[in-house]
Design a protein around this ligand. Structure first.
Ligand code: GLA
Length: 378
């Protein structure tokens, strides 16, 4: 029985979620982002099967489904698409190498919370099948297979940040990733005496997936118009604020606001990195607030629950910075909080949040950890 997580498995994979310190919604605009893998994970256990089909069981959804490897197509059940998409895209690269297998999945990453449960699931599956069938996929292939699964099977035109950080993340380091070239720098970070704390709003508004593709489209529109005057420009993040101003009257106001956010957010990442390297954490924190303001007012991907939680921290001297994290419209805020005040902060923000929205707030303490790994049992 696959439901028995203790049966013998051939390969066990731990796939971590990710945080993003700063650089939101600019991965698909060829910008810089600053993510890291975290200690919260999805565990995937694999074994080869003698059946003619694969069986996938999710402990989180307490549900299973079967895959016919000769007939891979999209499902109406969204979580199946992450799995089907990965198998489909591995098949495209290495036809028929994936044979029948069983997979048991258990997740501690809350779905829709902006910590990339999707990328962890996709990359964990790709990595597990790579090990189980000795396919020989490179990290880069695991990343792009997972991203393509999300584009084509799940239907979100996501960037590369989540899959990249889930695979390349390293304990105690953040990744400064150039999303155009995929060149990256691992930067050792030490926030002490501060800690990273996520506050999960416990809401995911319907808009989260539809508006994501809309934003991407708006950025493409802006780029097309700007390229008419600046042919050399490849990505929206490359335009200087000065050059962008020329387009204030040309672009529709909404599109101009999107472009302005993208250009500013990209610059914020590079400045924030400088402060992080110099351990000027106050200044680093101020950039988190600026990023949130841009996401709220210019990019319009925040929501009242996220804004409330960020505003709640503004007058607290022991919080250096806070902002919404990930795609938006719900999910988590990222907070940099002094270690001596974490408990107070959780208590007070939870109370304020429940008083305001009558929704339970879920605090998640995170530490930066290694990305997807095969677990050697023993
Ligand atoms: C989601 C996407 C990422 C990225 C973020 C926003 O997590 O999967 O590619 O665009 O939103 O920064």
């Amino acid at each position: 029985m696959l439901e028995n997580e203790n049966s013998n498995f051939d390969v066990v994979i731990e796939a971590r979620g990710r945080i993003n310190l700063i650089g939101e919604h600019i991965d698909y605009n060829g910008g810089y982002v600053l993510p890291a893998a975290i200690d919260k994970k999805i565990t995937l256990k694999f074994k080869k099967s003698t059946n003619s089909y694969c069986t996938i069981y999710s402990k989180t959804f307490n549900s299973s489904f079967k895959i016919d490897l000769n007939n891979l197509h999209r499902s109406t059940t969204q979580w199946h698409n992450y799995i089907l998409g990965v198998v489909y895209h591995i098949n495209k690269i290495s036809p028929e190498i994936v044979q029948a297998f069983d997979c048991f999945i258990e997740s501690e990453l809350p779905v829709g919370s902006g910590i990339s449960s999707s990328a962890a699931l996709e990359c964990g599956l790709a990595k597990g099948l790579n090990e189980l069938f000795e396919i020989g996929l490179t990290d880069h292939q695991v990343i792009t297979i997972s991203r393509d699964a999300e584009h084509i099977f799940v239907g979100t035109q996501c960037g590369i940040m989540d899959q990249f950080s889930v695979v390349k993340g390293k304990k105690e380091h953040v990744l400064l990733l150039n999303c155009e070239t995929l060149a990256y720098e691992l930067i050792k970070v030490n926030f002490s005496p501060y800690k990273l704390l996520l506050l999960n709003t416990n809401v995911t508004h319907n808009l989260s997936s539809s508006e994501y593709n809309v934003r991407r489209n708006e950025c493409e529109k802006a780029l097309k118009v700007i390229q008419q005057g600046h042919r050399w420009l490849k990505n929206l993040t490359e335009i200087s604020l000065k050059d962008l101003k020329e387009f204030k009257k040309v672009l529709p106001n909404k599109i101009y606001k999107r472009a302005l956010f993208v250009s500013k957010e990209n610059r914020r990442v590079l400045k924030a990195v400088k402060y992080l390297k110099n351990k000027e954490l106050q200044k680093f924190g101020a950039y988190l607030y600026q990023s949130h303001q841009g996401l709220k007012n210019k990019y319009e991907v925040s929501c009242k629950e996220l804004d409330f939680l960020v505003d709640f921290t503004r007058e607290l001297p022991y919080v250096l910075g806070a902002r919404m994290m990930g795609g938006g419209f719900g999910g988590c805020t990222l907070n940099v909080v002094h270690k001596d005040h974490i408990e107070d902060f959780i208590l007070n923000s939870t109370k304020a949040y429940i008083d305001k929205f009558n929704i339970e707030l879920i605090p998640i303490n995170v530490t930066i950890d290694d990305g997807v790994r095969r677990k050697i049992e023993g």
